[in-house]
Ligand binder design. Structure first.
Ligand code: CA2
Length: 145
């Protein structure tokens, strides 16, 4: 069976491609997931994905992934900078975790420079636009396939 990857997107990422294209690009979240689905099939990964604007929902989804996924790609959105709860949930997940930020959070406001999730992530990709999700998939394939 192909290793199972969960792509999890946090708050406001449902608006991708519809606002602030100068920061987050023109692709919608549906476009990103479609590109990831194509790549995942090519490189031998099976893909599941979800997006939520609610911290507790993201925590629940990470708990479910303990049995349902072998690796996680997460863009926690603004919760990256605030959520010990998401960090704790990821610490209870055994597989590899890739953290993705579409923008380069280190070139932006100081409050975006720290990510709680980075304390757990095995790899962090920032500033590569939506290609970051594809790069993270390739990294997980290298680890898991
Ligand atoms: O660069 C990233 O991927 C972020 O995780 C995106 C978050 C931001 O709070 C983080 O600091 C960095 C914000 C996502 C908001 O996405 C939007 C997309 C289009 C229009 C409006 C918001």
């Amino acid at each position: 069976m192909n290793p199972r990857i969960l792509i999890l997107n946090g708050p406001n990422l449902n608006l991708l491609g519809r606002r602030q294209p100068e920061i987050y690009g023109a692709e919608t979240l549906e476009d990103v997931i479609a590109a990831c689905t194509t790549l995942a099939a090519e490189i031998g990964l099976s893909l599941d994905h979800d997006q939520s604007n609610h911290e507790g929902d993201l925590v629940d989804r990470i708990h479910d992934a303990r049995d349902a996924a072998d690796g996680i790609i997460i863009n926690p959105g603004a919760y990256s900078h605030t959520s010990v709860a998401i960090l704790d949930a990821l610490n209870a997940f055994d597989g590899p975790v890739m953290e993705v930020h579409i923008s380069n959070i280190h070139r932006r406001e100081a409050f975006r420079h720290h990510s709680y999730v980075s304390h757990r992530a095995d790899g962090v990709i920032a500033g590569c636009g939506t290609d970051g999700y594809l790069l993270a998939l390739r990294r997980l394939a290298k680890i898991l396939v």
